[in-house]
Ligand binder design. Structure first.
Ligand code: GDP
Length: 200
């Protein structure tokens, strides 16, 4: 059982190409900038340190690795949709990200965070498409669920699940999540444990 509360920053890499080929299981976190990725990682690990690490200027466009168990890792991917990045750089990074998601053998799953008020935007769909091509399991977090009342939040969750099923993405799982209301933290931890343990 990984100890998320003992998560420790390990390394930042500018490009996935520098990664050792063999490593224990890892789970990547991705989402548009401002989707709540840092807050979710903090809530999961009970540490404010992790988000600060990933938001340190210069690290925001890197892969940040956190050890959560013996040879088990969470990987914070750069928030996409970042502004003021030259197009060529952005395309270059997208290629790196695609290469990482499609080729990383130790990757067991992708947690994709989306603001519950703006689910399934273009780039989210793009990532879902990549993940499917790579047969990579995906778990969607509908973040900031406290911004909606319970009824509309559940309706959005059901709508997202229906839309995924329509697209033949029935294997993708989804849940609501909120840091201040503490919705879904245990559900997320259970999902991560299942992925990490299944690969044992
Ligand atoms: P990141 O860019 O994806 O890492 O997003 P952050 O974690 O920095 O969050 C972006 C903004 O959304 C911040 O102002 C957070 O305080 C806010 N935020 C994050 N999670 C929640 C949440 O569950 N509920 C609410 N109401 N705000 C949140």
């Amino acid at each position: 059982m990984p100890l998320f509360r003992h998560a420790a920053f390990e390394i930042s890499l500018a490009q996935p190409s520098g990664l050792p080929l063999t490593a224990g299981p890892e789970i990547a976190f991705a989402g548009r900038s401002n989707a709540g990725k840092s807050s979710a990682l903090n809530a999961l690990t009970g540490q404010g340190k992790l988000a600060r690490t990933s938001k340190t200027p210069g690290r925001t466009r890197l892969l940040n690795f956190f050890a959560v168990g013996p040879d088990q890792r969470l990987v914070d991917l750069p928030g996409y949709g970042y502004a003021r990045v030259p197009k060529a750089m952005k395309e270059d990074w997208d290629r790196h990200l695609a290469a990482y998601l499609q080729a990383r053998r130790s990757l067991r799953g992708l947690v994709l965070l989306m603001d519950i008020r703006h689910p399934l935007q273009d780039f989210d769909r793009h990532l879902l498409h990549w993940a499917r091509q790579a047969a990579l399991p995906v778990h969607l977090l509908l973040t900031k669920a406290d911004k909606l009342n319970r009824g509309p939040a559940q309706a959005t969750l059901l709508g997202v699940r229906r839309e995924l099923a329509r697209q033949g993405q029935a294997a993708v799982t989804a849940q609501t999540f909120s840091v201040p209301a503490r919705i879904g933290v245990e559900e997320l931890a259970a999902k991560l444990c299942a992925w990490l343990d299944a690969s044992g």
